[in-house]
Design a protein around this ligand. Structure first.
Ligand SMILES: [Zn+2]
Length: 246
């Protein structure tokens, strides 16, 4: 059952706080306001309400942090959002740059039954169309162990995820072939925060992207990936941990 006391606005606030905590940014009033494009004073009001409901810790000037209950709600919304995005892509033929806004609306209105049916229909996926991890039904998610392309050293990488909901940026990345699971070599880094030169392995093409674009791309070193494959025992350990935690 969904908790009827939580409005879709409140759900959006919890999701933003979770997102900021994930990025190790302080969920201050002004930071939350900026992400939701609302005024500081309306954020203060809502944060007080969420604190009263036991969903957040909140002190003026210190910002907010999720309580265990608040985190569970935020992860549930995130699960809905990402499953809906994948459903729109895989079943309904949306492009990856078209799904975010649709999912922003649907995540608040679909039932738990609908979400679990989608999960089963898609064969219990663990990643959304942007490569982001989908929390499981218990709210557990594997921690991200990727790194940002903007600060990566030269070498070969696989793209794990693209952390952006900007349709123009996503369409641009698709055009350049910079999609999750694609392999690239970071060949050169221009000085003074200049562009990165990439070689895309599948198509053997070179492209240059600005640092502002690279900040949204998260990658995993191919070398580490090969090392992990030589040690299959570790993978078994992580899947049993997943069961244990859920
Ligand atoms: Zn989205």
């Amino acid at each position: 059952m969904r908790e009827p006391a939580i409005s879709s606005t409140a759900e959006d606030y919890l999701k933003v706080v979770l997102n900021l905590e994930d990025r190790e940014e302080t969920p201050s009033t002004s930071n939350v306001a900026r992400h939701l494009e609302v005024t500081d004073s309306s954020v203060t009001d809502m944060l007080r309400k969420l604190k009263k409901a036991g969903l957040l810790e909140y002190a003026p000037y210190h910002g907010a942090s999720l309580t265990e209950k608040g985190r569970a709600v935020a992860l549930k919304i995130l699960r809905r959002h990402r499953l809906v995005e994948l459903f729109l892509c895989q079943v309904m033929g949306y492009r990856w740059d078209q799904v975010h806004q649709e999912a922003e609306d649907l995540e608040h209105v679909v039932s738990d039954r609908f979400v679990e049916r989608v999960d089963a229909l898609l064969n219990y996926p663990d990643k959304d169309p942007h490569g982001e991890v989908i929390p499981d039904a218990q709210g557990f998610r594997e921690p991200e162990d990727d790194l940002c392309l903007a600060s990566a050293e030269l070498g070969a990488y696989i793209i794990r995820r693209v952390a952006s909901s900007n349709p123009e940026l996503l369409a641009y990345l698709e055009k350049e072939g910079l999609l999750p699971a694609r392999i690239l070599s970071l060949m050169e880094r221009a000085p003074f925060d200049g562009p990165l030169k990439l070689l895309l392995t599948e198509t053997d093409t070179v492209c240059h992207i600005g640092l502002d674009v690279a900040k949204h791309i998260f990658v995993f070193p191919m070398k580490k990936r090969a090392d992990a494959r030589r040690r299959p025992a570790k993978k078994a350990a992580s899947s049993s941990r997943r069961k244990a935690r859920s």
